[in-house]
Design a protein around this ligand. Structure first.
Ligand SMILES: NC(=O)C1=CN([C@@H]2O[C@H](COP(=O)(O)OP(=O)(O)OC[C@H]3O[C@@H](n4cnc5c(N)ncnc54)[C@H](OP(=O)(O)O)[C@@H]3O)[C@@H](O)[C@H]2O)[C@@H](O)CC1
Ligand SMILES: Nc1ncnc2c1ncn2[C@@H]1O[C@H](COP(=O)(O)OP(=O)(O)O)[C@@H](O)[C@H]1O
Ligand SMILES: [K+]
Length: 490
């Protein structure tokens, strides 16, 4: 698992390390790692144009030392200083010694310099940044966004809140972020995620000083360890039976997608109960289907309730019946709309509940998501005593105990109707296996995102493609290469 940390946690961890190492050691480690990544991205350094955007703090110091290293390897490096009086003196001296040039932010020609650069390094502000970018930093950011060069952020893209991912105004659009010691939360969640590009972690020796992470990201091996294949002693019941209540007579699609996703994730046994029975039976002869109430479906180890089921009184009664059981329940879509009107239905449960809202559904519970997505999901989880899976780019899963996950897989191609129904089916199947609810939700988001990435490689995807490709994605997560796709793990 990858730990995700706040700026304060990183600062606290740095303090003892700074005290235990000679002055400047950590910055040298950071700058060496940074220069190595930049050189790799450039391919060759000789004669390449590199522009450093340099703020008045240590983030600028990192950029200056890395720039000096690149200049030493033949790159033509110019530092553009936001605040010449405060630029890191030793870094500036090192750059000058290596043959680098220096300009100030307001100088004429700065924009053209940035526009023509092969690589622009953003060392304006890192974990010391506060609030929206000031006008001169915002101006350099705009110039970098318009240029054709590779954009690389030092530690954190300037303008991104390192702890929450919030962006107030503009932020540096990095294709790559080279971050030091620990992955900051703001690089993987909220608007920051879209500004950080690919994240490269440079080891500066911080790990032993970091606290146990309250927020984590799963890797493929983490997900695979929770997606164990059936063993010789298993039968169709022992892997966990999931029940699905989704879809309606007029709109069977949600029932078909959700049931299919559950079957493809954990094919032991899936039961369906609801008004889309006919459509589900036709699509999935493997499922055990009833048009009756959930109570008539037979015993299950977890329920999924909500997608496409409607919000009328009958749907409300079905939701209440499912929530009155003593097994884990995943509540999605229409059932979330109903639950927002009657949150008491979930507060009184003893078994785990997982809610899977997108932003508009989340807002029905009282407040909009806002810029701090981890904070928002945690608040609702604590308030309702339920796991909250907040969908979107960088899906957040918050456990009522305060811990959280941020999903690292996925693609914007998932923004198409019905993909949420597929996620519900995957998560329900995993809940039925007995995984802790937050882990089931996090593994589901990981697998759903990987499936989306696989499906999107062939072109635009629709929700049914996800169901078809789930077995391949499970194989991919387990480390089995996918034929014919030149699979590189992206
Ligand atoms: N500590 C360590 O061991 C190590 C730290 N390392 C590095 O240090 C970085 C943290 O350095 P830091 O603490 O000096 O702060 P930093 O991010 O450079 O920002 C301060 C500057 O930004 C300015 N500024 C603030 N807000 C602004 C805004 N909205 N718009 C515009 N400007 C704004 C602020 O100006 P001021 O508010 O003071 O006027 C000041 O000039 C960290 O991210 C990592 O890269 C590595 O070398 C590894 C070892
Ligand atoms: N821009 C995006 N980037 C990554 N994932 C996205 C994006 N937009 C939507 N998704 C994912 O697609 C799914 C959409 O779910 P949802 O909004 O419930 O759709 P539906 O109700 O039509 O099934 C969620 O898993 C969400 O995380
Ligand atoms: K930066």
């Amino acid at each position: 698992m990858i730990g995700l940390f706040t700026a304060d946690e990183v600062r606290a961890a740095e303090a003892p390390l700074l005290a235990a190492t000679p002055p400047g050691t950590l910055m040298q480690r950071a700058a060496t790692g940074l220069a190595t990544v930049c050189a790799r991205l450039l391919g060759s350094t000789y004669g390449r144009r590199v522009v450093l955007l340099v703020g008045g703090g240590n983030n600028g110091g990192d950029a200056l030392f890395a720039g000096a290293s690149l200049a030493g390897r033949g790159a033509r490096v110019t530092a553009v200083l936001l605040d010449p009086q405060r630029a890191h003196p030793a870094g500036l001296a090192a750059l000058r010694r290596a043959g680098g040039r220096v300009a100030a932010a307001g100088d004429r020609g700065t924009d053209q310099l940035i526009a023509r650069a092969d690589l622009v390094l953003d060392g304006m502000l890192g974990i010391g940044g506060r609030g929206g970018l000031r006008p001169d930093a915002a101006e350099l950011t705009r110039a970098a966004a318009e240029g054709a060069g590779i954009t690389v952020a030092v530690d954190v893209p300037s303008g991104v809140d390192a702890s929450t991912g919030a962006v107030d105004g503009v932020a540096f659009p990095a294709m790559h972020t080279v971050t030091f010691g620990a992955v900051k939360r703001g690089l993987v969640v909220g608007e920051g995620r879209g500004h950080a590009g690919r994240v490269h972690l440079v080891d500066i020796g911080l790990a032993p000083h970091l606290p146990p992470p309250g927020v984590r990201q799963l890797t493929d091996p983490d997900a695979a360890a929770r997606l164990e294949p059936p063993s010789a002693g298993d039968d169709k019941y022992s892997q966990g039976v999931v029940g699905v209540v989704a879809g309606s007579a007029t709109y069977p699609g949600a029932g078909v997608l959700c049931t299919g996703a559950a079957l493809r994730t954990r094919p032991g046994l899936v039961r369906y109960a609801g008004a889309a029975a006919e459509g589900v039976r036709a699509a999935w002869p493997e499922a055990i289907v009833t048009a009756g109430r959930p109570g008539e479906a037979g015993r299950v180890q977890a329920w999924v309730v909500g997608p496409g089921m409607g919000t009328d009184d009958a749907a409300r009664d079905v939701l209440a019946e499912v929530l009155a059981t003593d097994v884990p329940v995943l509540v999605d879509a229409d059932a979330l709309t109903l639950l927002a009107r009657e949150p008491g239905l979930v507060r009184r449960r003893s078994a785990p509940t997982v809610l899977t809202p997108h932003d508009r559904e989340f807002e029905r519970f009282g407040a909009p998501v806002g810029a701090d997505r981890i904070g928002a999901a945690r608040r609702l989880a604590a308030e309702l005593g339920a796991v909250v899976l907040l969908k979107g780019d960088g899906t957040v899963v918050a456990d009522p105990d305060g811990t959280a996950f941020v999903n690292g897989t996925g693609t914007a191609d998932l923004a198409t109707a019905g993909t949420g129904d597929v996620l519900s089916g995957i998560a329900g199947a995993l809940l039925a296996t007995g995984l802790p609810a937050a882990e089931a939700a996090a593994v589901a988001a990981h697998l759903h995102g990987r499936t989306g990435q696989l499906a999107a490689r062939r072109g635009p995807l629709i929700a049914g493609d996800l169901v078809r490709r789930l077995p391949e994605a499970v194989g991919r997560v387990r480390g089995i290469p996918v034929d014919g796709l030149g699979d590189s793990g992206a």
